[in-house]
Design a protein around this ligand. Structure first.
Ligand SMILES: [Mn+2]
Length: 427
């Protein structure tokens, strides 16, 4: 299913007058405070978030998986779903593929399809957390860290193959997330496991094309419940430094223990020029992968505050960040969930852009936590939706994308086209 631009214009039409009114009202208020509203709208229009191929089907838990109907049954259909999201929101112009779930049979044809839909290929993701079909070695006890050289060699070869596939599609980066770890004390020799991982990552890094980057993602626990080899940002940073200049740390919001100060991690990594990628989601307890902004919108805003500061004070040369939503859940229509996540990200970004950085600096220099809080919360409490909607309208998207999605009966249409029994590959 495709959504024509004219259809979106038609849905926007009755809302244009009210939108213009709300935008000008808020714009005038903000201009009085010396804020360049036009600049913020342009920054919002530029923020593009990649959609991972695995977020387009219904997610599941180890207790079960509930069908959604109309799920994409092929790589082509996944790209079509991302295009649909992009048409409605104009904020999702890239897809992030997972190998081996999404191996393109004909890379040129897939690339052509994506280009025709205005979609590019973001980072490719390798997978050594499941046993690959038809291969000799098992990842049951680890992949890049494993005690067996044959297992490590198989995992390294897989990562190299993922880079080769990504290169054919026009990707420029690989994300490595490892499930490697131990579930019981004494199971692993920590130092040996880390050393093997470092050696293996260096081998993969050596295979990168000259214009590619590698992102190393960390996570404290799950599926291993006693220790994880790359458990935190410090370990990831250490490994990135051991690999080279084009290796970076990737922060996934759900990959922290409860109450971790993620915004401080962001600031630290950006100070060192080593923040490469960012995975958005939200959580209450662990790696819950819930809709972005659904649980802790203030934390998301504080993280964006550091991201904006880091992008505006980029002496240490952080690359343009690879933004991606990494969520997968059980009970929402995946496309509606992604629309909500995209909206939450743009809202948090817009609010961070509103922060009076001069007043905040002054409060910090004066050791005035009261004023610092006032400055932050003045931005956080501003309803920025008219700015986000204006950015979307100008880019040709729907003023209200979720309402448009429902008005167009997209899910019903997808079920009609694809049936109600299809299961998205990979999940
Ligand atoms: Mn992730």
């Amino acid at each position: 299913m495709k959504v024509a631009k004219s259809k979106i214009q038609e849905l926007n039409e009755p809302k244009l007058e009210e939108q213009a009114h709300r935008y000008h009202f808020l714009g005038n208020e903000l201009e009085k405070q010396g804020i360049n509203v036009e600049r913020i709208v342009r920054q919002l229009m530029d923020l593009q978030i990649a959609i991972p191929s695995w977020a387009l089907g219904a997610g599941g838990t180890r207790f079960g998986r509930f069908r959604y109907g109309g799920e994409p049954g092929s790589l082509e259909q996944k790209i079509e779903d991302v295009a649909l999201l992009h048409a409605l929101t104009r904020a999702a112009g890239a897809v992030s593929l997972h190998i081996p779930w999404d191996i393109p049979e004909d890379a040129a044809a897939i690339q052509e399809l994506a280009a025709s839909l205005d979609i590019t290929f973001d980072a490719v993701n390798s997978n050594t957390f499941q046993d690959p079909k038809g291969q000799n070695e098992t990842y049951k006890f680890g992949s890049l860290c494993d005690t067996s050289e044959a297992v490590r060699a198989q995992a390294i070869a897989h990562n190299k193959e993922v880079i080769d596939i990504g290169e054919k599609l026009g990707s420029k980066s690989i994300t490595v997330w490892l499930a490697d770890g131990a579930s019981f004390p004494g199971q692993n020799n920590f130092r040996q496991a880390l050393q093997h991982t470092e050696d293996s990552l260096q081998e993969i890094y050596a295979h990168l094309p000259a214009d590619w980057k590698m992102y190393i993602e960390y996570k404290p626990y799950e599926p291993s419940f006693y220790s994880t080899v790359i458990q935190d940002w410090g370990t990831s940073l250490m490994l990135a430094n051991a690999c080279g200049e084009r290796a970076y740390t990737l922060v996934d919001l759900g990959h922290h223990l409860p109450n971790t100060n993620i915004e401080q991690i962001v600031a630290t990594l950006m100070m060192k020029g080593k923040l490469g990628g960012f995975h958005f989601n939200d959580s209450k307890y662990g790696d819950d992968d819930l809709t972005v902004g659904s649980i802790k919108p203030y934390q998301l805003f504080l993280i964006f505050n550091e991201l904006v500061y880091g992008m505006e004070h980029n002496e240490s040369n952080n690359p343009p960040l690879a933004w991606m939503i990494d969520a997968s859940h059980n009970i929402k229509d995946p496309l509606e969930d992604l629309i909500q996540s995209l909206e939450a990200i743009r809202i948090a970004y817009a609010k961070a852009l509103l922060i009076d950085s001069r007043a905040l600096k002054e409060a910090q220099e004066n050791n005035d936590p009261v004023m610092a809080q006032e400055v932050l919360q003045a931005a956080f409490r501003t309803d920025v939706r008219p700015l986000v909607q204006e950015a979307r309208r100008r880019s040709g998207g729907a003023i209200l994308p979720l309402a448009a999605y429902r008005a167009l009966h997209v899910r019903k249409q997808l079920i009609k086209e694809r049936g109600s029994d299809v299961v998205a590959t990979g999940l």
